[in-house]
Each structure stands twice: as structure tokens, then as C-alpha cells.
Write a protein that binds this ligand. Structure first.
Ligand code: PEP
Ligand code: MN
Length: 337
């Protein structure tokens, strides 16, 4: 329950109301804005008679928190969150571009792609080492070696690295190897994994689940925040719908919805959404126009021979061209790239 106070309520009256509410067994968290003060009531509010609270002359309105997520909620944290990782940020005015191959394949491959995306202006290098593949016969990733090769590429380019974790057993390995731990769509509701990641002081990029509602996605973010890890960025990567032309349906409206409800930054991944390389640039432009805080783009130097997701990977020259196209769009929406 949230109690919105009238502007310029006297501190004495606010103190009295707080005391009265706390006597009823809840904790009161005040948020002092420039104009308004709001009281967030945490605990069992079921016994509080909201009409009596509203009868108090300093109370403007009582609202029930329809959303079950609290720490991810903008109401309690009006300022947008900026995630710092490896000297770069997500959620600041500059749009974060995370680029690289679906999977790390060889040292040559990751070093070449890293150099290309760095030169084009990417802020982070992505690369899967532990791959969640639908088929057990498909390439599963280079695993430990993949993380090692990413670190070589990081040393060479200075780009912080982003890679996907699949199991809580690998928490220590990821915590020491990468700059941002990616939780993939398939693990968005792996609650044991989320609880473990919640204990870390390491940024997490939480992808939206295959068929997850926005509320379910934010509840998963809540697991991380509730565990004490406030360094969470979200990633919209398309959801499953009845449409089969594209791999997924990119839900750009989720960027707006998340920004309305939460303070967490949102990145858009048009590559996994479309599943088609020729759609990636246009969807990336749309994502920037709609207000995304970042992009995740799959880039491969030889998509035809890629071991994973070549069909949706753009080439380095296409990525360079895309970055040039994005700059004026970013400026038009008050951002930089
Ligand atoms: C990926 O980023 O390579 C990936 C597997 O993405 P998603 O979890 O969105 O399918
Ligand atoms: Mn991929």
C-alpha cells in the first residue's frame, strides 16, 4: 500500500501518521520528492483500514500496489538505475551497444569480431560459451575455453564482456570471468539461479522469458534485487506468439511498459527476436527510437559457417553501417550512441 501525501505536509504531521501506521504492524518507508512525499507501507497491510488513512487531512490518496514487485518498482525508486560494468554503463544517456557472435567458436573468430565491433563503436562484447540449445546434438559452446577466449578479446579491445550462465554451479566461474552475467530467456524463471545471482555484486542482464509476461519478467528481476544485487538490466528479445514468420515477435511496447513501471534499464535484442539478419537493422533503429537503453546485436564475420545463429547475424560492415544509422536517431530522442 502506498500513501501519497499532500504537497507541503508538515514534518510533524508526517511523523504522527507514520507512527500511527507503524502501530498497526507495518514498516513505513518514506520517499521525499521535491514536491510530494510518499509513504511505502511494507508488511501485512491487510488490517489497515485505508478509508481511515484517507481521512487524515495530509493524505492525498491511498493506492494499492497492484504490482507484486516492490524493489523493481519505480514508485519506490523514481530515479532510473544506471548499471556500471567494466567502465561502461547501461541506462545512462549513452545507449549501450552489446555486440558479438552468438557463440565463441575460435580464438581467431572472437578476436576478429571483437576488433570489428569495437572499431564500429560497440560498448560491450557478447559471446556465448555455455549455450542453451534446443537440440542436444547442436553445438553446446566451448564452455570454459569460451570464457577464456572472451577474456583474451577483452584484454585486446578493452571491451567488457557479456556471456550467458546456465547453471548455479558456474556462479563463481562467471563472477570472476565476465563483466555482465547474462541470464537467457530459458532461465528467466530458474529461481535457484536468480537467488544465487542475487547474492553477487556483479551486473546481470536478465532476458525476457520465451513466453513471459512483463510482470513475470519484473518478478524475476525482483528475485535479484531482493537478494541484494541491484545491478540489473533487462533485455527484451521477443516473445513467442502465434506468428511463425519470425523467430519471435519483438515486443517493443514492453520497453515503454517497463520504463513506466520500473527504474531498471532495458536493452533490446532484435537478433533473437527476428531470427533473420535482414530485419535486425530496422528493428534496432526502432528500438532506439522507442527509448531502449541499449541494444544486443549478433555480429559474425562468417555467418554462413557460424556454429550458432548465423541466420540472424549481421556482418561487421553491416554493423558499422547500422551504428552510423543509429546516431541521428539516438540524437533525435535525446540520447547519444
Ligand atoms: C543468446 O543471447 O545467445 C540467447 C540464447 O538468447 P535468448 O536467451 O534470448 O534466446
Ligand atoms: Mn544467439
Amino acid at each position: 500500500m502506498i500513501v501519497i501525501l499532500k504537497p507541503k505536509s508538515s514534518p510533524a504531521a508526517v511523523g504522527e501518521l507514520t507512527e500511527n501506521l507503524e502501530k498497526q504492524g507495518v514498516t513505513v518507508n518514506p520517499v521525499y520528492g521535491t514536491d510530494l512525499t510518499i509513504l511505502g507501507l511494507v508488511g501485512d497491510t491487510s488490517r489497515i483500514d485505508s478509508s481511515r488513512v484517507e481521512a487524515n487531512r495530509i493524505v492525498e490518496r491511498v493506492m494499492f500496489v497492484a504490482e507484486p514487485f516492490k524493489m523493481a518498482n519505480k514508485l519506490f525508486h523514481p530515479e532510473p538505475t544506471v548499471i556500471e560494468a567494466g567502465g561502461r554503463s547501461i541506462g545512462a544517456n549513452k545507449i549501450a551497444v552489446i555486440a558479438g557472435p552468438c557463440s565463441v567458436e575460435t580464438e581467431e573468430q572472437i578476436r576478429e569480431i571483437a576488433g570489428e565491433v569495437k572499431a564500429a563503436g560497440a560498448s560491450f562484447l557478447r559471446g556465448g560459451a555455455f549455450k542453451p540449445r534446443t537440440s542436444p546434438y547442436a553445438f553446446q559452446g566451448l564452455r570454459h575455453d569460451g570464457l577464456r577466449l572472451l577474456q583474451i578479446a577483452r584484454r585486446e579491445t578493452g571491451l567488457p564482456i557479456v556471456s550467458e550462465i546456465m547453471s548455479p554451479h558456474d556462479i563463481d566461474l562467471f563472477a570472476e570471468s565476465v563483466d555482465i552475467i547474462q541470464v537467457g530467456a530459458r532461465n528467466m524463471q530458474n529461481f535457484d539461479l536468480l537467488k544465487e545471482l542475487g547474492r553477487l555484486d556483479k551486473p546481470v542482464l536478465l532476458k525476457r522469458g520465451l513466453s513471459a509476461t512483463i510482470e513475470e519478467w519484473l518478478m524475476s528481476a525482483e528475485y535479484l534485487l531482493a537478494g541484494g544485487n541491484g545491478r540489473v538490466a533487462l533485455c527484451e528479445r521477443g516473445i513467442r506468439t502465434f506468428e511463425t514468420y519470425t523467430r519471435n515477435t519483438l515486443d517493443l511496447s514492453s520497453v515503454l511498459a517497463v520504463k513506466k513501471m520500473s527504474h531498471l534499464p532495458v536493452v533490446v535484442d532484435p537478433s533473437h527476436a527476428a531470427g533473420k539478419w535482414w530485419m535486425v537493422a530496422a528493428l534496432a533503429r526502432a528500438a532506439v527510437a522507442v527509448g531502449a537503453d541499449g541494444l544486443m546485436i549478433e555480429v559474425h564475420n562468417d555467418p554462413v559457417h557460424a556454429l550458432c545463429d548465423g541466420q540472424q547475424s549481421i556482418k561487421p560492415d553491416g554493423f558499422r553501417a547500422l551504428m552510423d544509422e543509429l546516431r541521428p536517431i539516438a540524437r533525435a530522442v535525446g540520447r547519444e550512441l
